[in-house]
Design a protein around this ligand. Sequence first.
Ligand code: CP
Length: 343
Amino acid sequence: MTAIAPTPPVRRQLHTPQPPASPFPYNPGSLLSVQDLTIDDVSHLLFRATVLENLDPLIRDRILLKRRVALLFYESSTRTRTSFELAAKGLGADTTLVSSLSSSIEKGETLKDTGLTLRALGAEAIILRHNSSGAPWLLEEVTRLPILNAGDGMHEHPTQALLDLRTILAHLRYGVETLTAETLNGVTVTIVGDILHSRVARSNMMLLPRLGARVVLCGPPQLLPDSAVNAGAGISVERDFETALRQSQVVMMLRIQAERLAGMQLDLAQYKDAYQLTGQRLAAQAPNAVVMHPGPIIRGLELTAGVADGAQSAILEQVRHGVAIRMAVVERALTKTGKEGHA
Ligand code: CP
């Protein structure tokens, strides 16, 4: 994993040395990590997502009228990019997209200089997707703008975890938006596949156990190292897919991230034998489970087309929840002063 997050400065201490308090996020509107959000913050974002979703579009588009939001994307994206853009525009903001393939980034401009340039052009918030873990922290440190992490390397994807949570609540806790540490008690979420390279898995692992869910990680050792047994409270490893499925109310399937395998050899036939979610497996082991996938899905690899399109699939619901969640997150980015006491 490439880590480029700057280290907080170490100050001289007269007393017993204490670890320096993290200065991040510098900007109260930033969303760098799900760890930055309290349970109350998450509740408030879910509440605002519903309010904004149900608001008359002609009223909604005055909330951030003519505010400027930049989308800075160093990696491909369909769902995150489009939903952030629709969300910002739905609130009345002007958006601009800078993609690494059609900008001065191709000529060698650094993230720092691109960020400062966007700020000089009037951007009031930047939504960043980057292939390096930690890039949003660096961009926030140099620009001090609200930065929304739209996926950094193999590290985090906080808005995906929030929209996944909204999808789970819609299915299993209908109507619940005020969250506590017990809201998901009794719910087992199994995350299956390429966990090692997945920022989606990491953000969900950081969020769901705080709400009482049990998270089971399932996959082969190449994609789920043994060290994952120490991932944290409420998280366990189960190598056998059938055993994991039998315990699950939610099954979150992941794509094998070929672009991050870096020479790792994986026998795809063996992988599919052991870990592909087929209609037969689902019917036999988890006939009532909700099937989720952050996308993009690879039909015929991690799951069959029948499962992707089947009655248990919530994959397109996840996509729809993404717009509402990102409206709440963009609104927060441009309106939060840090004195509100919640998200
Ligand atoms: N889930 C997700 O991040 O999809 P995109 O890569 O299409 O944005």
